[in-house]
Design a protein around this ligand. Structure first.
Ligand SMILES: Cc1cc2nc3c(=O)[nH]c(=O)nc-3n(C[C@H](O)[C@H](O)[C@H](O)COP(=O)(O)O)c2cc1C
Length: 235
């Protein structure tokens, strides 16, 4: 579980897969599921799917009850489907193809190709989706960078030498969760959207609501290690 917890903290979806053992989930999976409950709600988990295989037909009620009434309900997850394979069905190519398709639909393939800026400070790690502005692409090439920031009440303001930008991509104001690199600053703009219209910004990335909330748990002064998410480094 010590290996699973950190993955669960980052995960947005989970697929439970189990053989039916005596009308229920396998003991091994049930233990892991119980430990997930004990840990409280995983932070970003939103969707779940269930795959079950068995010797006989009509043996799924116990496992499905556990999935629907404890797992989904307790963790507030959206059900993305339940698939079962009894006896010979376990060898069905057609069923396998349907499950593959459902698995692929769990993720948005376009979203997969978006580079993410990993921001680490103390024991907080968040990931901001980078946009495809000229400045964002230039910034990626400058990573990894460490900056020190101070909480101004609406953002963490960190001194950072300006990189290359395309002036036409400058914008007025920001959305809460935006990240700006302009004017000698890197700013993690967690708040203040309503009063932001008069500030010129070069937005390069955006934090989702949960990550934006986590940023606000940091102390007044914080050191940020900025890097690019692993898969993009290799390209
Ligand atoms: C300890 C144990 C209990 C099982 N209990 C059931 C059961 O209650 N109902 C059932 O249909 N299959 C049962 N099975 C069969 C498994 O679900 C089946 O072996 C599993 O889905 C994997 O399929 P495979 O053996 O073809 O790999 C049990 C298997 C084991 C080892």
């Amino acid at each position: 579980m010590q290996k699973i917890y950190p993955v669960l903290d980052e995960a947005e979806m989970i697929v439970l897969a189990s053989p039916i053992y005596y009308h229920g989930l396998s003991g091994q999976l049930q233990c892991a599921v119980n430990r997930i409950y004990a840990q409280g709600y995983p932070k970003k988990l939103k969707k779940a799917m269930l795959l079950l295989s068995s010797g006989d037909h009509g043996v799924y009620d116990g496992a499905i009850f556990t999935y629907r009434n404890s797992f989904l309900e307790y963790l507030h997850l959206e059900d993305m489907g339940i698939f079962t394979a009894a006896g010979e069905e376990n060898k069905s190519d057609e069923l396998l193809a349907r499950i593959r398709e459902a698995g692929a639909a769990l993720t948005d393939p376009d979203d997969h190709n978006v580079p993410r800026l990993v921001i680490r400070s103390g024991n907080v790690t968040v990931k901001a989706k980078m946009n495809d502005s000229f400045a964002a692409r230039d910034f990626m090439n400058r990573l990894p960078i460490t900056v020190t920031g101070e909480d101004s009440g609406v953002d963490y303001c960190c001194e950072l030498e300006d990189g290359a930008i395309d002036e036409t991509e400058l914008q007025d104001g920001w959305k809460n969760g935006d990240i700006n690199t302009y004017g000698g600053w890197l700013a993690i703009l967690y708040g203040g959207e309503e009063q932001s219209a008069s500030y010129r910004q070069m937005i390069i990335a955006h934090l989702d609501e949960e990550d934006n909330r986590l940023i606000q748990t940091l102390p007044k002064e914080a050191v940020f290690d900025l890097s690019l998410e692993e898969p993009f480094k290799k390209q």
